[in-house]
Ligand binder design. Structure first.
Ligand code: FNR
Length: 379
């Protein structure tokens, strides 16, 4: 309504209203190698396309005589009540998407203004303390890429606790980088230029591992980081991960019900069903197709979902398939590229407005109404 009323006064929206529009504008705004890094995925990107295509196979069945004048999108998880189930997925290249280089701060400011929580990546341009300082009253989460050095992992988590993060998301699917032809063909992997390493270069444990401070020799800091970045964790590491924090512990990248059951038995507080937006493994299942099995195995634990969400309708469908919260990656990175803080807020508000309107017109006024029975699956 706000947009149509503006239209009466001759004001047209500053930013596009669809994912395709955000993508096109972001492509024009970003340096080509950064664009490739953000937009691209693993292999020939079949999984990435499957993630998106999976949503088209489900549709909400409209219900009438519901009078869904008021909608309630609030969601409770991990002891917090959030105004909506939308979240910003961790993105490790955000700084490169922002004109001033401070994409993490911009996303955190958008979180503060929109109420949509940000999951701040380990691989940020801005140190996690500075990012947390921008969250306002919106809860923030810290995403951990677990380094091989356990003291460094513990230090990152302790810093996140001290900075006021409300949960730790451990990403399990990226201890090694997938086969990404777009990045390989430019041989331009942004992290290896020292971008996004602020959490390491500001960390006392990491600094203690270096022969010289990173300010004096960034190249050797980057090489050192590359040597300890990825830890191929096994189930034996889960008790240690659990012992790192008393905050809610959420594990990201789970798609197999058996893994979910085992993680639950190991004491995690939440499951994050994701295939990293098709950036890690190609030839796999669409993340959405894994969601129902994950939800069943989670047996009441909150399930965050991402990978392929491009619209408010997609958010609603993931909720109907059992997600507790739904995160977006590329959509808000593109929002950042096209309009900084305002661009991110525009993308988040557009997704939420479309979801809210769909729940209104189709007669599903609350999240509790969105069950698998609300969906008809085709093809
Ligand atoms: C990511 N993703 C990611 N995940 C994570 O746990 N830590 C990270 O640092 C990053 N970095 C990152 C960079 C870029 C450029 C992208 C696009 C993605 C994965 C991210 O959290 C999420 O799983 C996917 O982006 C979801 O898919 P969509 O919404 O992009 O389709």
């Amino acid at each position: 309504l706000e947009i149509y009323l503006d239209g009466l006064r001759g004001v047209v929206p500053r930013y596009p209203m669809t994912f395709e529009g955000w993508e096109e504008k972001a492509r024009a705004a970003l340096e080509p190698s950064v664009w490739s890094y953000v937009a691209g995925g693993a292999g020939d990107e079949q999984t990435q396309r499957a993630n998106v295509a999976a949503f088209a196979r489900h549709g909400l069945v409209p219900r009438m005589f519901v009078g869904a004048k008021e909608r309630d999108l609030t969601v409770s998880m991990f002891g917090m009540t959030l105004p909506s189930p939308l979240m910003m997925a961790p993105i490790g290249v955000l700084g490169l998407c922002a004109q001033d280089g401070h994409g993490d701060l911009a996303a955190a400011r958008a979180a503060a203004r929109s109420g949509v929580p940000m999951i701040a990546s380990t691989l940020s341009v801005d140190p996690l303390e500075e990012v947390a300082a921008e969250f306002g009253s919106t809860p923030g989460f810290f995403q951990l890429y677990t380094p091989t050095n356990r003291d460094l992992a513990a230090s990152l988590v302790q810093r996140a606790e001290k900075a006021g993060y409300r949960g730790i998301v451990v990403t399990l699917d990226t201890w090694i980088t997938g086969w990404r032809p777009r990045d390989l063909s430019t041989s331009n992997f942004p992290q290896l230029r020292g971008h996004c390493l602020a959490n390491y270069t500001s960390d006392p444990v990491f600094r203690g591992l270096l022969p010289q401070p990173p300010e004096e020799d960034m190249n050797s800091a980057v090489l050192h980081w590359a040597g300890i970045f990825g830890n191929p964790l096994t189930w034996e590491d889960l008790p240690w991960l659990r012992s790192l924090t008393s905050l809610p512990l959420i594990v990201k990248g789970l798609c197999h019900p058996e893994d979910v059951r085992r993680a639950k038995d190991g004491g995690v507080d939440g499951i994050y069903c994701s295939n990293h937006g098709g950036r890690q493994a190609n030839g796999g299942l669409a993340a959405l197709d894994a969601l129902p099995g994950v939800v069943e195995a989670a047996d009441g634990l909150p399930v965050i979902f991402d990978s392929g969400v491009r619209s408010g309708a997609d958010v609603v469908k993931a909720l109907a398939l059992g997600a507790t919260a739904v995160a977006v990656g590329r959509p808000y990175a593109y929002g950042l590229a096209l309009g900084g803080v305002d661009g991110v807020i525009h993308v988040l508000r557009s997704l939420l407005a479309e979801a809210d309107l769909l729940m209104a017109v189709d007669g599903y006024p609350t999240l509790a109404d969105l069950t698998p029975e609300a969906l008809r699956s085709v093809g």
